[in-house]
Each structure stands twice: as structure tokens, then as C-alpha cells.
Design a protein around this ligand. Sequence first.
Ligand code: PGA
Length: 253
Amino acid sequence: MRKQIAAANWKMNLSQNEAATLLNELLSLPHSLQAHQEAIFAVPAIYIPLATQKLAGKSNIYVAAQNCHQKESGAYTGEISAPMFATVGVKHIVLGHSERREYFAESDVLLVEKVNAVLAIESTPIFCCGEPLEIREAGTQNEFVASQLKNALFHLSADQISKVVIAYEPIWAIGTGKTASSDQAQEIHAYIRSVFAEKYGQSIADQISILYGGSVKAANAKEIFSQPDVDGGLVGGASLVATEFAAIINALK
Ligand code: PGA
């Protein structure tokens, strides 16, 4: 069975004390992860050492970065490279979140470089894709998402693509309280898998975990995750509440 993943995206939230409290609370709540299930915490980079220390020794729980620079090192003031994240034990890096595409002008061309940088350190890119509202209303979301995937990922080998995790996040559902229905999620997840199957073959496509993101919460996680092509979620707002995120972990199939 491919990996089922509950990934927390804290974005630019919480003080250090609040981050520690949230992790403590979460660890005190009942949560269980089977061998094919993972919980991943994409925390602000400055809290990676804290989170790593709190989560040390917990199996199938990982600390991730929310972004990285595309170069290995150099005169890029304020930036953090993938090899730097590797030195502090990071194994997953979120790339191409719609907020980075929108507010930091990240293009598909730049994301090619970032994907390569993350794979070069043998870490897992959690590659985000998803359409804005006007594209959904025009009914062209499949074409839109396919082009994001093709432009940023289709240069990879079959071996490399099988190491990538996809997060489908319709922009109109992020932080809005509007979730795609489980049928809408299943439909586009199945389509995304078919895009990979066409290029890399069905057996590679079947190995790729495709997470849904956009207003996932305890109350809707089980239904969304129960869809055959939905392999968990990338969770923003609800990942900042321990009881919510514990329930989301427990909703993984
Ligand atoms: P949300 O964010 O769960 O707050 O909608 C999801 C995301 O942006 O990853």
C-alpha cells in the first residue's frame, strides 16, 4: 500500500513557546501510525531543531521544511538551502505551495531547480499543485494542474518521480473553510494519477502518494481520506490545534 500521510503546514505561525506546547499536547493525545502511515510537521525553519528534539524516537513522524533555496550555498542572504536542511535531519521539503507561487513569484521553471535540489539530498519533495477559483469555475482544472505537473516534474526519471509526494490544493479551498467535496477530490486525484500513469506507467503512478489540501479538519478528514486516490492531507489551519491534528492523523486509512 502506498504511504498515507498527514502533513501539517504551520506556515508562518506560532511563537517558540506555542510551538513547543502544541507538540507536547499533540504527543499526549492518542494517535497511532501504522507502518504505511506517516505524520509530517512542516514547521517554520527556525523551529526545526525544537520539533526534531520533541519528536525524536517517534516512529513514522518527521519534521519538514516549508521551502528551500534552489542553490546549494552562496551569497543568498536570508535563504536556506536543501543541503543545510539535510544537515539538521530534514527528510521532506514542501515545494511550490500556492502561497509561494503567489507571494514569492515561484514559477514552474524555478520549481524544477528546487525539485532537483531536494532530490539531490535524497529528501522527499512534497510538491504542491492546484487551481485558482476562476479556473475551477471555467472547468479547466485538469488541464491547469496537468501543466503544473508536466512543467515542474516531467524531467524526472521514473525512480525519481516515485520519491515525490504530491499535494493537490485547490487555491479556493485554502484557508477559506470551503473544502472540495470528497467526490471532487477523488475525481482530480484520479486524474493526477492518470497523468503520471501516462508518462511513467501505472505501477509507478500507483506508488505516488497524492495528498489533498484545503480546509481539511477533523470533521471532514475521514471522508476525504477514504477516497481511493486520496492518500492523506496537507493541513494548514487545523494543524495548529492539537486535538484537530491528532484526529486527522487517526483518520488516515
Ligand atoms: P488550510 O491550508 O488547511 O488552512 O486550508 C492548507 C495549506 O495551505 O496547505
